[in-house]
Write a protein that binds this ligand. Structure first.
Ligand code: SAM
Length: 291
């Protein structure tokens, strides 16, 4: 049997033989550490009835491990130069389908219908390109794809914001969006030495277990997220001041403060102290008041 793609020696050999030059602009930092790769794959809880969607296979380090655990792997890669390399190194794994494209532009619903009709569940597993982490994760969550888990390597600071509880500086609209759709869990932090080339930021693996139904009842999701955004517009300001600028710019403060009180929220609080439940009550109250 061949040496794993992800060993430092084989990775270097593949890159040199193909004359591949890393593109920083595409977030190309490849994994060369067996331990981390195994941790990522284990966290996804795959088995031979499951499918995996990988975003950005690079030269296939993680893709190969996914193929050993899952029934079907679809890997979406934007960089055309990687396609012949992937075709060569992944040739022993017929259960892998590499798709050329930008994941942000792909019709994922159609891809799921076409590729994953024969599996009992699908998880996203990826070492994400850091320049587009948030748009990719929000797309996966907002499109309400039939996903079990999303296990991803991302910038540590972003992982901390996603998993943050109310009350701290990490808690914000990203925490609320992620926690509305999923249950986040930090799996591990990761040293720079597991990548080539090494990124300039710290990294972590996070698992988002996708919820089947939201944890709160929101009458209008788009409006709920508008209220959350507006509440955090200026973090140092009170919720009352932020909401006034956004929703009542030319009115007095009385009506807004009455609505906040009706939602059980003291107008002097800051957005970072509000739970998901309180934001849901607040947006439902504002909506019912005709906003
Ligand atoms: N999975 C490989 C590994 O762990 O060694 C490579 C991970 S590297 C951090 C990110 C990969 O995502 C690169 O292969 C890059 O070309 C690809 N990529 C960047 N932007 C993308 C996009 N919008 N859609 C799909 N793939 C993208």
């Amino acid at each position: 049997t061949r040496e794993d793609i992800s060993t430092p020696r084989r990775t270097k050999e593949i890159i040199q033989r193909h004359g591949f030059a890393f593109k920083k602009s595409l977030g190309q930092n490849f994994l060369i550490d067996q331990n981390i790769l195994n941790k990522i794959v284990t966290a996804a809880g795959l088995d031979k009835t499951k499918g995996a969607l990988e975003i950005g296979p690079g030269i296939g380090a993680l893709t190969e491990k996914l193929a050993q655990e899952a029934e079907k792997v679809v890997a979406v890669e934007i960089d055309q130069r990687l396609l012949p390399i992937l075709e060569e190194v992944l040739a022993p794994y017929p259960q892998i389908h590499v798709v050329h494209g930008d994941v942000l532009k792909l019709d994922l619903k159609a891809l799921f219908a076409a590729e994953f009709d024969n599996v009992s569940g699908v998880s996203v597993v990826a070492n994400l390109p850091y320049y587009v982490t948030t748009p990719i994760l929000m797309k996966l969550l907002e499109e309400k794809l039939p996903l079990e888990h999303i296990v991803v390597m991302i910038q540590k600071e972003v992982a901390e914001r996603m998993a943050a509880a109310p009350g701290g500086k990490d808690y914000g609209s990203l925490s609320i969006a992620v926690q509305y759709y999923s249950v986040p869990e930090l799996i591990c932090t990761v040293p720079h030495s597991v990548f080539i080339p090494q990124p300039n930021v710290e990294s972590a693996v996070i698992r988002l277990s996708v919820r089947k139904t939201p944890p709160v009842t929101v009458e209008d999701e788009a409006f709920f997220f508008q209220v959350v955004q507006a509440s955090f517009a200026q973090r140092r300001k009170t919720i009352s001041n932020n909401l006034k600028s956004r929703f009542f710019p030319s009115e007095g403060r009385e009506r807004l403060e009455q609505l906040l009180e009706a939602a059980g929220i003291a107008p002097s609080r800051r957005a970072e102290t509000l739970s998901l439940e309180e934001f849901a009550t607040l947006s439902n109250t504002l909506l019912q008041a005709g906003l």
